[in-house]
Design a protein. Sequence first.
Length: 361
Amino acid sequence: MNQALELAGQGEGRTRPNPAVGAVIVKDGVVVGRGFHPKAGQPHAEIFALREAGNRARQADMYVTLEPCSHHGRTGPCADAIIEAGLSRVYIGTTDPNPLVAGAGIRRLREAGIQVFCGILENLCQRIIAPFAKHIRTGLPYVVLKSAMTLDGKTATACGDSQWVSNSVSRLEVHRLRDRIDGIMVGIGTVLRDNPQLTTRLPEDGRDPERIVVDSRLRIPEDSAILHLNSAAKTFIATTDQAPTDKIDRLRAVGVEVLVLPTISGRVDLHALLAMLGKRGFQSILLEGGAELNGAFWRAGLVDRLMMFVAPKIVGGEGKGVFAGVGIATMAEATVLQDVRVRQFGDDTLIEGEVKTCSPV
């Protein structure tokens, strides 16, 4: 199942509206078939694994990260293909949260006489489909808040200098994350301060996520780098009726998608923004905003996963923090992350965890 998870990761961020899935077929202790779902419209992971295995699939075992589908979509049911191939046993990481499947694939396999075992490395398998699971349940994208801070909790000095809090190894990992995410979001403050491109820059290329700027009054300079990129990914600007209509027209004329949204206290309604992005098919958002946008998302309860790169540095004094705004009054009210993971990137430490459970049920 670990091998199946590694395969699923190869499709991560490229399969919407489908989930990332990996499958491995084993016969007599030898792997005879491997597959992952590369993108919507192409065969699912199970089909690629069955094709590679060929006749060796008969009486073999399959390990698949997600319950095989049992309905006709853009491709045929994987459960039927598994039955026709004559597999003996199927080991499943987690059930499918899609109501069109939701246990039906497992039932079909068992009714055909195939032994089915569920819950293999279930937490890891649920984690990789967390964006799909949230989107299928709520229509909203899964929000990952990423930041980098020093040991004393600073993201920048009092003068605003933040380049660089984290090291080059951590920054490369962030670009790998961008490669696997549907959209990357910042606030207008970040654009005005840093003039970012929000692209993916990897030695092996990679794909750019769609770019979203939250800009309630449409203050973005029209010569901003993010508006004039040679990228297949689109740029969206989320604004309100406070925006000048002539500027909206000019931005749309150069290919920018301007989303005019309702307001809360004069700012973009973030719930409405996520709902609109969800309707456009976004399953995952990487929030790389500054303290204002981070604080607004956190207070609204819209963050699903937190990724904090901690650098062994001390700023001291009045540096900038991760979140702006009024926080909690007592430590007992603090949010405790679930499913916490810790990884090392050079001398930086990444602490990552779920703000809400990523279970699809």
